[in-house]
Structures are given as structure tokens and as C-alpha cells.
Design a protein around this ligand. Structure first.
Ligand SMILES: Cc1ncc(C[n+]2csc(CCO)c2C)c(N)n1
Length: 239
């Protein structure tokens, strides 16, 4: 009798992270993040990022709330419900604090159109929340946590000792050890679900993880390019 194939011991998260290694390097080395770390990122680009991120967070919180509703394990439901709250409460405070400091009030923010990339990422997450198997939804929300912790920690190392750094508050949010604990938790949930998922679901989980990581790169890139709708010129302004 032929010997059974050895079962792979590599976790879903380790495999997914390895698959996105070059993309993660590209995220770390993106001019937006280099300039953010150096403190030379222009106010325009940072404001663009913050306004779009506010829109993203509203959609992301709904995605997490849907994950809480769909979770069968009460501990998972608690984690996602708590994270939905954090996304809205803590992060919105961060955004509003910066935007107020830049003289951008609620009305100025409301007047900005949601960018194509932000809309695509937010729509992708919300569609996944409503139509994909639960493990695939978890894989899709994972890069948001994980990539930010990775980027935040790297930025903290690069900017250690620079107390007057203009984007210090942003950097410390994502390099906070309490935030690292939430990354560990969501990784554990993803690994547990992947361990019992059928091969097709596991493949879809990897695809969702990669797609969301691509959107993370695109999000920073869209802020760097101050992305607009190429079709905007043909629409009359709202009366
Ligand atoms: C495009 C984009 N991707 C990820 C984050 C980071 N983030 C947003 S909500 C959340 C979890 C709960 O707080 C995390 C880590 C962001 N701000 N913007």
C-alpha cells in the first residue's frame, strides 16, 4: 500500500503571508509609506488618505459586524463585534483629530468623493461579507489587521526617537502592543477555520487574503496619486 501523503503542517496564515511576501515588500517600500516614515509626506496626501480611510472604516466596521452576526463560535462573534466597535470609535477619533488639526471640518470631508480604489475595496469586503463562506470572509478581513500592524511596527522602528514627527499618533496606533493582540486573535480564527475547511474553501481563503492585500497596496497608492474618477469631468456638479 502506498504511504499516505504527509499532511502539511504549515498554517493557513503562514502560507498566505509567504505568498504575499513580495507584495508586502512593495507596501513597505511604497513612496507613501517611505514619506510617512520620514515625516515628509505632504499634507494633501495625508488628508486624502484620512478622508478615504474614514469611508473605508465605515464599510469595514459593517463587514466586521456582519462577521460577528455570521460567526458560530461566540468567542469569534465577540472578537468581531469588538473590532467593529474599535474600527469606528478609536480610529475615527484618530482621523477626526488629525482632520480638525488640518482645518477640515465635517462639511469639507463630506464634500470629497469616495475614490475608485476605496469604493472597490469597501465594496469587495461588503460583498464578501454577504455572499462568501464564513472562512473566506475571515481571510478577507485579515490583511487589514495584519498589514497595518506590520507597517506600523516597521515605521515605529524607523522613527524611534523622533518625538516631533508629524504622523507620530498614526504610527503609534498601529504599533501598539494591544493592537498586536488583535492580530494574533484574528490569525488564530483564520487558522482554525482553514484547518477544517475543504480544499476549495481553503483556496478561496488564500485568494481573498491575496486580493485584500492587493487592495491594501492600492489604497496607499491611490492616496499617493491623489486618485480621482477619470469620468468626473463629464458630470455636472450636484445642484
Ligand atoms: C485601508 C486600511 N486598511 C487597514 C486599516 C487598519 N484598520 C482599520 S479597522 C482595523 C481593525 C479594528 O480597529 C484596522 C487594523 C485602515 N485604517 N485602513
Amino acid at each position: 500500500m502506498p504511504e499516505a501523503e504527509p499532511r502539511t503542517t504549515e498554517s493557513f496564515c503562514d502560507a498566505a503571508w509567504a505568498r504575499t511576501a513580495a507584495l508586502l515588500d512593495a507596501i513597505h517600500g511604497h513612496p507613501f509609506n517611505t514619506a510617512l516614515g520620514e515625516g515628509t509626506l505632504s499634507r494633501d496626501r495625508f488628508v486624502f488618505y484620512l478622508v478615504q480611510d474614514g469611508r473605508y472604516l465605515a464599510a469595514y466596521a459593517k463587514t466586521l459586524a456582519t462577521a460577528a452576526a455570521r460567526a458560530t463560535d461566540p468567542a469569534d462573534a465577540m472578537f468581531f463585534a469588538q473590532s467593529a466597535h474599535t474600527a469606528l470609535a478609536v480610529e475615527r477619533a484618530l482621523h477626526t483629530g488629525y482632520l480638525d488639526g488640518f482645518g477640515m471640518g465635517a462639511e469639507d470631508v463630506a464634500a470629497v468623493a469616495t475614490s475608485p480604489t476605496c469604493l472597490a475595496y469597501a465594496s469587495y469586503l461588503q460583498a464578501t461579507a454577504l455572499t462568501a463562506p464564513f472562512p473566506v470572509l475571515v481571510a478577507a478581513v485579515l490583511p487589514c489587521f495584519w498589514v497595518y500592524q506590520d507597517v506600523g511596527t516597521a515605521l515605529l522602528e524607523r522613527t524611534a526617537g523622533l518625538d516631533d514627527h508629524p504622523y507620530r499618533t498614526w504610527i503609534s496606533t498601529y504599533s501598539d502592543p494591544a493592537f498586536a493582540a488583535s492580530v494574533t486573535q484574528v490569525r488564530r480564527i483564520a487558522d482554525r477555520l482553514a484547518a477544517t475547511a475543504d480544499p476549495e474553501t481553503r483556496r478561496s481563503m488564500t485568494e481573498a487574503f491575496c486580493r485584500a492585500t492587493e487592495y491594501e497596496w492600492m489604497f496607499w497608492d491611490s492616496a499617493w496619486r491623489l486618485e480621482t474618477w477619470p469620468t468626473g469631468q463629464w458630470l455636472t456638479t450636484a445642484g
